[in-house]
Design a protein around this ligand. Structure first.
Ligand code: ADP
Length: 533
């Protein structure tokens, strides 16, 4: 094929001019060297950047340039050797590779054009870096805000504890003195005014309690008891508390204690009572004719876990559908006008919802204007097994129906720093037939207990010089000469916060009463430790 005899090497025609020959040879050689080295660079880049777009183009280009280099080498060789077939083949290979590159590349040009140039990429890169930095900064700010929010929550809890103390103390004075006033001989008009003051003070206290409750839930301070819960007792209490209100509106109230499931559950009877009092209270408040019915049934039981369903149904004014969904939010009422028909803070249903959910249940409302309202809520409660009773948390103390009139015998040491409260408590005790003596703080109490004999101590918590917790611990320690270390000590504190009762019991107190002092509750507690006459 490379028959030298057939053809002449074409260099012969320019060999007569050595300068021309040198120019051709040197240029072809330099081009060939360049063409051989460029693919090395291209392949190197392609290998290092396997993620680069249009990877095959790199290799096609490398092959194409390499082939071009070979054709230039062939150009030099054929000056002296007539390798025209080989030269033709290398040219054909070069042509094929270049056409393949073109075919591959042309349709892709659109995509290549769409690729951002280096300047743009650098810009994108730097704006991405800026975005990352700003995100990092906002995350740091968010973390800081979270810490601040947590801090604020703690401050709020502390504020609530203090508020509760600060407001309950004067409320004790107000309610106590009005009670005392109402027990004296008054003209009808005076009695009416005093009774009206008592109602206002009581509703202020109930609003305060509602705000405290909702704040307790929000700050995670609401803890539920897990005591034996007698549904019949709860129903009886609710009926007793609201019968008068229903009767005064000529409404029938059915809250049948005998129709509740016959089982003992474990739960928080105080909070269940609160839920029912709220719902039944609302039902009576918003019903003018007809009745209010309360029912309870066990809907399912899995192992020892029961789901109870309570229904409070009335034949009252009802609620329009558009108002129903927001009523479980705080401070929401259907009628916000200043002339609205019933008073209230709009907190009752919000507290109901929070408490029901804390007890693993759900609450729903169904209502039609002028036809009535039905509120249904469920609770998940454990069923108490008789053999398990030893494992159950001890009950907080039975809730007795307070005797209408109770007279006791004995002498009580009232440990209290506020003069108004001293007066109220001593007057109440006097009405119950008890003598009393006052100590202004824990230290004075210890001094008096060491010298004189008492039947019971009513102990405030926070006091100057020595607080009630420390004084009780010292009494129980038996280290103070002359003090009967077993004397009953009953806390009488204004702190209504969760854990306060436990704090008093931990200090060694026997019982816990919170201010404002309720006479019936005081009688119940005194009944446990003193002789009645
Ligand atoms: P309030 O203290 O105002 O009663 P609630 O949260 O208990 O607060 O109730 C919010 C509002 O829901 C009430 O003001 C009343 O408009 C409406 N509502 C609640 N229960 C009933 C009911 N049984 N019938 C009609 N309206 C009701």
């Amino acid at each position: 094929m490379n028959n030298v005899t057939e053809y002449l090497p074409h260099g012969f025609c320019i060999a007569w001019n050595p300068q021309l020959l040198a120019m051709h040879v040197i240029s072809d050689l330099l081009i060939a060297i360049a063409y051989f080295s460029i693919p090395i660079g291209i392949v190197y880049v392609a290998k290092r950047r396997p993620d680069a777009v249009l990877q095959p183009v790199y290799y096609l280009f490398a092959a194409f340039i390499l082939a071009c280099g070979v054709t230039h080498v062939m150009g030099i060789l054929t000056l002296w050797v007539p390798l025209y077939y080989t030269q033709g083949i290398t040219k054909m290979v070069t042509a094929l590779v270049s056409i393949a590159t073109a075919i591959y590349l042309l349709p892709k040009l659109k995509h290549l054009m769409a690729l951002p140039d280096l300047g743009k990429l650098t810009q994108i890169n730097s704006s991405l870096a800026q975005e990352i930095e700003s995100r990092r900064q906002s995350e740091a700010t968010m973390r800081q805000s979270q810490e601040l929010a947590l801090q604020a929550q703690k401050t709020q809890a502390a504020f609530l504890a203090n508020m509760s103390h600060e407001i309950r103390t004067p409320m004790n004075g107000v309610l106590g003195t009005i009670d005392l006033l109402l027990d004296t001989e008054l003209k009808p008009e005076q009695h009416q005014l005093a009774a009206a003051s008592k109602r206002s003070a009581a509703s202020l206290l109930s609003l305060l309690n509602d705000i405290l409750d909702i704040s307790k839930v929000e700050s995670g301070q609401m803890t539920l008891r897990n005591n034996p819960l007698e549904l019949a007792e709860v129903f009886t209490d609710v009926e007793a508390a609201l019968t008068f209100e229903a009767q005064s509106k000529n409404i029938e109230l059915h809250c049948p204690a005998e129709a509740v499931p016959d089982a003992t559950y474990l739960g928080d009877s105080v909070r269940l009572r609160q839920i029912l009092l709220n719902l039944v209270g609302n039902a009576i408040k918003f019903t003018d004719v007809g009745h209010v019915k309360v029912t309870c049934r066990e809907v399912s039981r899995t192992g020892q876990q029961a789901v109870l369903e309570f229904t409070v149904k009335d034949t009252g004014v009802g609620i329009a559908p558009e108002h129903q969904k927001n009523l479980f939010k705080r401070f929401t009422q259907v009628d916000n006008s200043s002339t609205r028909r019933a008073q209230g803070s709009g907190l009752g249903l919000a507290i109901v919802k929070e408490l029901v959910e804390l007890m693993g249940g759900q609450v729903h409302m169904q209502s039609k204007p002028n036809q009535g309202t039905e509120v249904v809520f469920t609770l998940k409660l454990a069923v108490q097994l008789p053999i398990d009773s030893a494992a159950v948390e001890p009950a907080a103390g039975p809730i007795f129906a307070a005797p209408a009139v109770a007279k006791f015998r004995g002498i009580i040491l009232v440990v209290e720093d506020a003069a108004m409260n001293q007066m109220v408590v001593c007057k109440v005790l006097e009405r119950l037939g008890l003598e009393s003596k006052i100590a202004n703080n824990g230290q004075e109490a210890l001094d008096l207990l060491a010298k004189e004999s008492f039947d019971l101590v009513l102990m405030d918590g926070q006091m100057p010089v020595m607080d009630g917790y420390e004084a009780t611990k010292l009494i129980r320690s038996g280290t103070v000469p002359g003090i009967n270390k077993n004397i009953p000590v009953v806390a009488l504190t204004a702190h209504a916060m969760v854990g306060e009762d436990q704090k008093c019991l931990d200090a060694g107190m026997n019982d816990y009463l919170s201010k404002p002092l309720e006479r019936d509750k005081l009688i119940n507690v005194l009944g446990k430790y003193l002789k009645q006459v």
